[in-house]
Design a protein around this ligand. Structure first.
Ligand code: PEP
Length: 245
């Protein structure tokens, strides 16, 4: 059975006072078959990891550099994330692909760096609205999976997040049939090249109000949640909907 995962991406949000959200979240989640992950900004990883220690909550980064160390001002290496207490790292988020020009090859190199340092890679793929309108969604996703995942990806070292770019932070979501179409295709694509069993997360305007119906879609094993992960009550409700699915 694939692991069910609710992962929160705080993006560039969160100060020390946000630790209170973790205090509020911990009583809402439990150990078992549904994992909870919070990916705060790098500045908060070590303090969140201290709070999560011994608790059923993993902490992740939002990006890492492909290199082990060196002259890369402002960047963070996978080893630094691990050292700060992260277990995983989001890679290839569409905001990094758009804002920093990250290519599939960059994402693949970062994925290797994550694995080398014992981090699980949460690799994001997703089509733009223009690509969906052009009817090339499935091909875009297949190409991103082919280019972003190095050989050696396994369900233990990699989680896949399907995040339609036009659904992120917009309040718009694909229809359930559209989500199923992409997730079924990703599952078949991954099964062809790798072992079966990758956890496939949907991301894009997941909220407490739509989580249960999304989690009932075939081949959806959880969610990558942006805005709604900032409030413990919302993220806790999404985790509960997944745990009940
Ligand atoms: C995200 O940033 O990965 C995301 C899915 O954001 P939101 O839930 O706010 O759409």
């Amino acid at each position: 059975m694939r692991t069910k995962i609710a992962a929160g991406n705080w993006k560039m949000n969160g100060l020390t006072e946000s630790l209170a959200e973790i205090d509020a979240l911990l009583p809402q989640i439990s150990d078992g078959q549904t994992k909870a992950i919070i990916c705060p900004p790098a500045t908060l990883i070590s303090s969140l990891a201290a709070k999560a220690s011994g608790q059923p909550l993993s902490i992740g980064g939002q990006d890492c550099h492909a290199a082990a160390s060196g002259a890369h001002t402002g960047d963070v290496s996978a080893a630094m994330l691990k050292d700060a207490g992260a277990d995983c790292v989001i890679l290839g988020h569409s905001e990094r692909r758009a804002d920093h020009g990250e290519t599939d090859a960059d994402v693949a190199a970062k994925t290797l760096a994550a694995w080398d340092n014992g981090l699980v890679a949460i690799v994001c793929v997703g089509e733009t609205e223009a690509q969906r309108d052009a009817g090339i969604t499935l091909q875009v996703i297949r190409d991103q999976l082919a280019g972003s995942l190095p050989d050696g990806a396994t369900p233990a070292n990699t989680i896949i997040a399907y995040e339609p770019v036009w659904a992120i932070g917009t309040g718009r979501t694909p229809t359930l049939d559209q989500i199923a179409e992409v997730h079924d295709d990703m599952n078949a694509t991954l099964d062809t090249r790798f072992d079966a069993g990758f956890s496939l997360l949907y991301g894009g305007s997941v909220k407490p109000g739509n989580a249960a119906e999304i989690f009932a879609v075939s081949n959806v094993d959880g969610a990558l949640v942006g805005g709604a992960s900032l409030k413990a009550s919302d993220f806790g409700a999404i985790w509960s909907a997944l745990n009940a699915a």
